[in-house]
Design a binder for this molecule. Structure first.
Ligand SMILES: [Zn+2]
Length: 503
């Protein structure tokens, strides 16, 4: 299509669905998305998520009222204390052994069958409960995180992950009791997903291992300063990311005969500098930042090993692949000119996920009904409900984010609010809304069908959107962009030794 014609059709499309357009960041993305955004808009017009949510929330339902009262009892009686306890015992990603032990013990006591070490991750688990009425109903999934942040004064729960599992457990327990009493078939699965704050991304590894297969819906809660739902479409919280390590290997030598060596640090510096020289050839929306965590240990020995570690970010994954390829070429160039070898390791990958309006609007309607604090009328951009992307592409779900702190994420203020009224009441809202959404999904087949239809349609449109992106980028980055890099990142988990315990 001619550029001017394309621009005109883009303008028309944007006028038709201005709200959805914010999901795309660059002009190229908007051009690629124009027709697809129109389809998303007509899908939402037909499904009417806001009206559906308001109708579900407004109906009289004594069983749901009892369920929500039970969530509050379980939260206040047991889970708020557990949230505080995890908050006072912070453990960083891959080292969350106390939280893991405590949570899996509680889940076993609740009647769950617990599998540990899933996907080869020592602090990951799945806890599965099957209704006595059978498995013919839906499988309700709840994501539970428990890792802390790394801080200069020690580990701390400045992102309030301490509350996420207790919130899920309060909702899960009340739902199980309802399913027993009302003889409702189905399963409840709590997914213990460690290390949200460090790479490699645990949920991605668990997804690749098939851990989430069989879940019909996934819910997750997270700390925030404001209660806000997102628009439907494709997106991810913090741009698409490739986390890549470039390891240069040379040959050691004495400083006084350095020509006998092959200097890996020189290669790393050349590469680091080359990346800066590439910036002017990339679209300005890129965010590429790296560090050199290893660059030799002694001035009188030619360094034979150096590591450069980059987070490569771009608003869409197609152009991100282009940047990644150019960086790999630059690393190989630096290795060639210095006579060293380079090994490229992709250890983290984050991609756009899918946001489903049927679930976002239901979250919002319950937040309004329950009187949740910090309601922000303006919708956020689509971001999926988990940070890695592929899980929300495969399974519909929603992130419940009720204001639980007066301070931003990753601060000591947010940590302290864990133990204050604003945190405790915010987490209870999270638990009630998780339970209410899962209840509606479980008991209202027409709602369930609409969620599935919206998710499936959006996921299909996302594939077409990516194909369109490749088409419109082709003149700029070449036609060979179709995943020429091949398969997804090959991620391995750092070796962690479980600390010995005092009996
Ligand atoms: Zn977090």
């Amino acid at each position: 299509m001619h550029r001017a014609v394309a621009a005109l059709s883009v303008a028309v499309a944007l006028a038709l669905c201005a709200g959805l357009a914010h999901a795309q960041t660059t002009d190229t993305e908007r051009e690629a998305a124009a027709a697809i955004l129109r389809q998303i808009d007509s899908l939402e017009t037909r499904l009417k998520p806001t009206e559906t949510a308001q109708r579900l929330v407004a109906r009289t339902d004594p069983a749901r009222d009892r369920l929500l009262a039970r969530v509050a009892t379980v939260w206040t009686g047991e889970m708020q204390g557990l949230s505080d306890w995890i908050g006072h015992h912070p453990e960083v990603g891959w080292h969350e052994f106390q939280a893991f032990d405590t949570l899996t013990a509680v889940l076993k006591a609740y009647g769950f069958t617990v599998d540990t070490g899933v996907a080869g991750l020592p602090t990951a688990f799945t806890a599965t409960w099957t209704s006595p009425a059978g498995v013919s109903g839906p499988t309700l999934g709840l994501i539970a995180e428990y890792d802390a942040l790394r801080g200069t004064q020690g580990d701390f729960h400045g992102d309030q992950h301490n509350a996420q599992s207790p919130v899920a457990l309060a909702a899960a327990r009340a739902l199980m009791e309802y399913m027993v009493q009302a003889r409702v078939p189905g399963r409840v699965i709590v997914y213990g997903t460690p290390a949200e704050e460090v790479d490699p991304p645990a949920k991605y590894i668990m997804w690749k291992a098939g851990v989430f297969k069989g879940a019909d819906i996934l819910v997750r809660s997270h700390s925030t300063m404001e209660t806000r739902r997102d628009r439907p479409g494709f997106g991810v919280c913090c741009l698409n990311i490739d986390a890549v390590k470039y390891t240069f290997t040379g040959r050691p030598a004495h400083q006084l005969a350095s020509w006998n060596g092959r200097n890996a640090l020189e290669a790393a510096v050349q590469f680091y500098s080359a990346v800066d020289h590439l910036r002017s050839t990339w679209r300005p929306e890129h965010r590429v930042q790296g560090v050199i965590p290893e660059g030799g240990v002694a001035p009188n020995v030619v360094p034979d090993r150096a590591v450069v570690d980059y987070f490569i970010r771009f608003p869409d994954e197609v152009y991100l692949e282009h940047i990644s390829r150019m960086m790999d070429d630059a690393a190989r160039g630096a290795a060639a000119m210095t006579g060293t070898d380079v090994q490229v390791t992709r250890y983290g990958e984050y991609r756009d996920g899918v946001t489903v309006a049927m679930l976002e609007e239901l979250f919002w309607a319950y937040a309004q009904k329950f009187g949740a604090p910090g309601l922000k009328e303006e919708k956020g951009r689509p971001a999926g409900y988990e940070e890695t992307g592929p899980v929300s592409r495969e399974i519909p779900g929603v992130g419940i984010t009720v204001r639980s702190s007066a301070f931003p994420n990753h601060t000591y203020g947010m940590r302290d609010d864990n133990f204050a009224d604003i945190g405790h009441t915010g987490f209870l809202f999270d638990a009630k809304i998780e339970a209410a959404i899962l209840y509606d999904f479980l008991t209202t087949p027409s709602f369930r069908a609409a969620v599935v239809e919206e998710h499936r349609t959006l996921a299909g449109l996302q594939d077409r959107y990516l194909a369109e992106l490749r088409r419109v980028y082709a003149p700029e980055i070449g036609a060979d962009t179709a995943l020429s890099r091949g398969s997804h990142a090959d991620l391995s988990v750092p070796k962690v030794v479980r600390p010995s315990r005092v009996p």
